[in-house]
Unconditional design. Structure first.
Lengths: 158, 158
């Protein structure tokens, strides 16, 4: 594995940027609920045993980052639910990766199994090379900074 | 997508268990450094701009969870470095999943590219069915609780 030391290293890569949006334990647990089909405040709260003010704060942040969107489902009384946006649905692979790691290392008896809906086949997650189709692990993979010179400061970074 | 509501839902699934070990923004950034080849306290500290006490706390937790291990690299003066264990190396797919999501949604210009070391091919991460080899997305995947009756409380849960 190559070692990237400054100044070759990008100042702020996509891992850091992503964690600024979703790097919170409660946030991931809320997203897991969304992938299970949960949409309503009271259901998130009950399923997670989370305090209402913390839940409201995390939902507000996820809406602000365009990961969830609010949709009105009742006019009288006014009630909203939370649905994954395309950006939010695309977090599925991260959620699956976390679950599978937990299955491998934190339990002898995984409580949930994932199967292909069409044929019941087991689901695996792989890194593959688009050129030769090989399955890869970390030792097979090289990192390339894409900026020859240090990138200018990102105005979104604080 | 099926909706899992209690009591069908496992009380504590692997996502929750995993986030109890690694669900912290600094923790993921430290792990990213490890995948870049960083091993020493001073290098983590400089690369991340993290306070020494926070870094020490997170490293201690990662060692306690058997994600990192300490190795002595100097006797005089005594110095230790931090290396990924097998359990820690296995976090690579989560790290890549986070990076790729960030690349897709948080930047127009990803700062790091991943390639297959052997042939330079681009790396992709896919969910595949082990029965039919199809690439899957969340709509193709079903969840199955593996416990017919509610599992007993996990003694590790607090």
């Amino acid at each position: 594995m190559c070692t990237l030391n400054r100044p070759d290293r990008p100042e702020r890569d996509s891992v850091q940027a992503a964690l600024e949006e979703i790097g919170d334990r409660w946030t991931f647990l809320i997203l897991r609920e969304c992938f299970f089909g949960v949409r309503r405040f009271a259901d998130f709260r009950r399923n997670l045993g989370i305090a209402g003010n913390i839940l409201a704060d995390r939902l507000e942040s996820l809406v602000g980052h365009d990961v969830l969107e609010r949709q009105r489902y009742s006019e009288h009384p006014p009630r909203q639910e939370y649905r994954l946006t395309a950006k939010g649905r695309d977090l599925y692979e991260i959620s699956v990766a976390i679950m599978r790691w937990g299955d491998r290392w934190l339990t002898d008896d995984p409580p949930l199994a994932l199967t292909h809906r069409a044929d019941g086949g087991a689901v695996e997650q792989v890194l593959r090379c688009t050129a030769c189709d090989a399955h890869l692990d970390s030792r097979d993979i090289a990192y390339h900074p894409t900026h020859a010179t240090p990138a200018p400061p990102d105005p979104r970074a604080t």
